[in-house]
Design a protein around this ligand. Sequence first.
Ligand SMILES: Nc1ncnc2c1ncn2[C@@H]1O[C@H](COP(=O)(O)OP(=O)(O)OP(=O)(O)O)[C@@H](O)[C@H]1O
Ligand SMILES: [Mg+2]
Length: 279
Amino acid sequence: MSIITFWSPDHGRGKTANCAAAGAMVGLDYDIRTLIARTQFGNSSLEDAFIKSKELQMKNFVTSAATGMDALERLFKTKRLSASGISNHTLSLEPGRLDLLAGTSKPDESGHEGIEHVIAAIFDEARRYYQAIMLDIESGGANQITNQLIQSSDLVVVNLSQDLSSLERYASQEQWPCALQGKNKMILLGQYDPHSKYNATNIRRKFGIKDPLFVIPYCSDYRDAFNDKDVLGWFRRTRNAGRRHGSYPFFQEVRKAVKEMLSQIGVNTEIKRIERGVS
Ligand SMILES: Nc1ncnc2c1ncn2[C@@H]1O[C@H](COP(=O)(O)OP(=O)(O)OP(=O)(O)O)[C@@H](O)[C@H]1O
Ligand SMILES: [Mg+2]
């Protein structure tokens, strides 16, 4: 149904980590068909974050030429791509609810003229099967794939940090992909430190931000789960821990951000939320 792109004006702001956390939360807490994928070349950190969930299958899956983005590209070019067939080329992380599409194994875009249109067409087809497609796309304003995907997305999650230089660059709009103008956006401050002088309230005020603004707190256990490639396992075990658990604020904020994302793309979050203990 809808495409949510995770974009950032620069690298290392937690875009992949935020996308992985949001995808895991939607997959576990909501009864909708969700796809997570990345479109960068030469950066597999999104799928890496989930490797531990299904280690053996994942290894076969990621190295197989019959699955993932490269396989879909071949299907598209031979006009055999179908909406329901796309899920056969993904790895199911939560049956019926969360699929992961492995990204391209190609190191870069050279020799791929018009690839941005192919990728956009693949996700346009995928949206006929999935209710939410969450995409970790290349940072910055220069990339054609980024521009094309922002163009076709329903919501752009702009991943920023509390670094003033980066916030100023974003606010100046100088390096925005042209498709970002006028798009439905929400701001996500990653690796968030609530004790900084530049907290969410002050950042909103200082930069006159009108779009919805949410935070993903810095969380040591999340960093470990991300590094250990076990984001989903850690979410399964820990996401409903009580108030006194150290990771409680992290999950609270991820939940709030995800609820906003789903509301923005028209999902009824009351009806689609899975009751605790049912899944
Ligand atoms: N909320 C968080 N809590 C703790 N650590 C985090 C958090 N978010 C991100 N990190 C850590 O910061 C590092 C950089 O984050 P990430 O890989 O998501 O950046 P990125 O914006 O995707 O970078 P790039 O643009 O290069 O792809 C990760 O290795 C991750 O361990
Ligand atoms: Mg990344």
